[in-house]
Design a protein around this ligand. Structure first.
Ligand code: FMN
Length: 372
């Protein structure tokens, strides 16, 4: 479980920071991690009102390329956001306002609203009696909902606590909230898993443990030692996403025509030149087979020897698979980001072995990385 915290107070040892420190303990008890950012330490501009994020023709992410973008890119990969701000003159302080200003680029009128029911915890501390600003902070909290977060709890903390007065109960509550937002989810809570498991030929769809990810990475690394090394770029991209799923699909009764294959393997030089590629389009194949500058190393793999420069290193690159599954769009719509990849033969065998699946060629394994 990954949590991002944004602290709007400039005080590193103040009330907001102290509460966050206790929450972090609760998160860590569940083996989760909390990354803390102070607005004051970052370069974040307020919204410039340019509306590029809601341009009807080509809506974009916020075009101000500063630390807000970095934090929100991290947020996309996280499960929860903790936002802690002090009250200055009856309101969230200036740093807090600057940060929240930029939520404009993430509401549902933009393509950037957060998906996956991520949780939010709002901490608001002040000197007046506890409860004085409940109504105010409740209203401001709507902005967090507008960017797709589900508010788990608002901690409205007055009386200068926790630094002044007995705050043991408050700190215990903070630790408990940390535990609550970091409990590990079971598989069925991921919509993408539910979709996959509802499909006819899908035999298995399982969230990968960190151990399994490491093992698969190790197996793929072996391919780097081959005479022409093979880099599984698609798989690396999939495993770089927040979660990954091993998917096993039974194609035994399906007649897949060669034309339906999606090319994913290329031969490249260290300069990035494509020296060879898979071709499945029959017209293109026909044309290339008559081209004297093209040499086929297998039925569907064309190489272009003219482009090969002596001394340049060559390697095979497997990229992510696109258009592989009929229901790819449905899967994509259930998450923020998704990468479909194909493991190498050895990794495929290993996955089948641990999932107790027969080692048949027509049973395919895929690794789908995703970030909700
Ligand atoms: C400039 C400034 C203005 C403040 N205004 C208010 C206020 O209007 N109402 C209030 O209850 N507390 C006010 N406070 C007190 C802070 O909200 C309180 O000490 C808070 O817990 C500080 O959080 P921190 O320790 O995380 O920085 C103010 C403090 C400062 C520095």
């Amino acid at each position: 479980m990954k949590v991002i915290t944004v602290i709007a107070s400039p005080r590193k040892y103040g009330n907001c920071s102290t509460i966050v420190k206790e929450m972090t303990k609760g998160i860590q008890e569940n083996k989760g991690e909390n990354t803390i950012y102070y607005v004051d330490d970052m370069n974040i501009k307020p919204c410039q009102g340019c509306k590029a994020c809601r341009n009807p023709k080509k809506p974009s992410k916020c075009i101000i390329n500063d630390d807000f973008r970095k934090v929100m890119d991290e947020m996309e990969k996280s499960d929860a956001l903790i936002f802690a701000a002090p009250n200055y003159f009856g309101e969230i302080n200036a740093q807090g306002h600057i940060f929240m200003d930029r939520f404009y680029s993430m509401t549902k009128s933009t393509p950037n609203q957060l998906k996956g029911n991520k949780k939010a915890v709002i901490i608001f501390t002040y000197g007046a009696k506890t409860g004085t600003y409940d109504e105010y902070i409740q209203k401001r909290t709507r902005l967090f909902e507008s960017i797709g977060l589900k508010v788990h709890e608002i901690l409205s903390v007055g009386d200068g606590k926790p630094l002044s007065g007995n705050s043991e109960e408050l700190l215990e509550r903070a630790r408990q909230i940390g535990r609550e937002i970091s409990v590990k989810r079971n598989d069925e809570e991921y919509e993408i898993i539910r979709i996959l498991r509802s499909k006819d030929r899908v035999l298995k769809a399982e969230i990968m443990s960190d151990e399994l990810k490491k093992k698969i990475t190790k197996l793929e690394m072996k391919r780097l030692d081959e005479m022409v090394p093979l880099i599984n770029k698609g798989l690396k991209q999939a495993l770089d996403e927040k979660e990954a799923i091993t998917v096993v699909i039974d194609n035994t009764d399906v007649d897949v025509s060669i034309e339906d294959y999606t090319p994913s393997l290329t031969l490249q030089s260290n300069k990035g030149t494509i020296i060879g590629e898979e071709i499945y389009d029959p017209n293109e194949l026909e044309e290339l087979k008559h081209n004297p500058n093209v040499y086929f190393i297998s039925d569907y793999f064309a190489t272009y020897p003219n482009l090969s420069v002596p001394g340049e290193k060559q390697f095979f690159v497997v990229s992510e698979l696109e258009g592989e599954l009929d229901y790819e769009d449905e899967l994509k719509n259930s998450v923020n980001r998704m990468v479909i990849s194909s493991p190498s033969t050895e990794a495929d065998h290993y996955i089948k072995k641990i999932l107790n699946i027969p080692q048949k060629e027509k049973i395919t394994t895929l690794i789908i990385g995703f970030t909700e």
